[in-house]
Write a protein that binds this ligand. Structure first.
Ligand SMILES: [Zn+2]
Length: 240
């Protein structure tokens, strides 16, 4: 099993994933909190549907399988860049790596009128530079593989403006958008967050996660100058 002691590395070991061990010697588990990407999965109304097929296939006589992806940059778990709602805003490739790597706090966000309220976030006392992930009842189901849900739990404008005042580095939510598809609301909430310099992770799968402190790794694809990009997101509980 995992014999390596914490802190010990050999040159050979460095070539492999380094295993950090918990106090009892068991490997600390990374939780995959990314939505599985499959053809036909849920997509934002008006965005292109997710299509994945093989442009070359071994079964069809080709030497290799090569998948062709046809989907929005805002598919599954992904990040929004300022460029999403500001024409001269920064592209997703300019997100500092530190934004997506480091301690993060999962908050079970209470609702009011079907949305995360500012009141719920006030209790959480969000601090400047924090990585905040909001878990709602969206995470109780496999939403990525269901019909688009117009009643998903998103942020109210009040909640977004409250967060903008707190100044976290990144805010993550557990549906494919941070707020409802109603155009005025969608624009106002995105602009409040992105305009305050907050990076936004959308589409997290937090079903196996409870409130608490974690280490986060979530890095978007390096799509140059684009408004967003899919990302793989993982969390590991912080102990002690
Ligand atoms: Zn998005």
């Amino acid at each position: 099993m995992f014999q390596r002691r914490e802190g010990e590395r050999s040159n050979r070991a460095c070539r492999f994933a380094y295993l950090q061990l918990a106090n009892d010697g068991a490997p600390m588990t990374w939780l995959d909190v990314s939505a599985p990407i499959t053809g036909g999965m849920v997509h934002w109304p008006g965005d292109p549907p997710v299509r994945i097929d093989l442009s070359s296939s071994i079964e069809g006589g080709d030497p290799a399988n090569v998948s062709h992806l046809d989907m929005s940059a805002h598919t599954g778990t992904h990040l929004d860049a300022p460029r999403h709602f500001f024409e001269d805003g920064a592209g997703i490739e300019s997100m500092p790596l530190e934004v997506g790597i480091g301690p993060a706090r999962v908050i079970e966000a209470a609702e009011s009128d079907g949305m995360v309220s500012a009141e719920a976030l006030r209790h959480a006392e969000v601090g400047e530079g924090e990585r905040i992930l909001l878990r709602t009842r969206n995470s109780d189901r496999d939403w990525a593989h269901e019909q688009f849900d117009h009643d998903f739990v998103g942020l109210s404008l009040d909640a977004a403006e409250h967060l903008a005042g707190c100044g976290p580095a990144v805010v993550g939510v557990d549906y494919i958008s941070v707020t409802s598809p109603e155009p005025e609301q969608a624009t106002a909430v995105h602009r409040a967050l992105l305009g305050a310099g907050i990076w936004v992770i959308e589409g997290l799968y937090l079903g196996q996660v409870t409130a608490g402190d974690y280490e986060l790794i979530c890095l978007p694809l390096r799509l140059v100058g684009r408004d967003g990009a899919p990302a793989r997101a993982v969390l590991r509980p912080l102990t002690g």
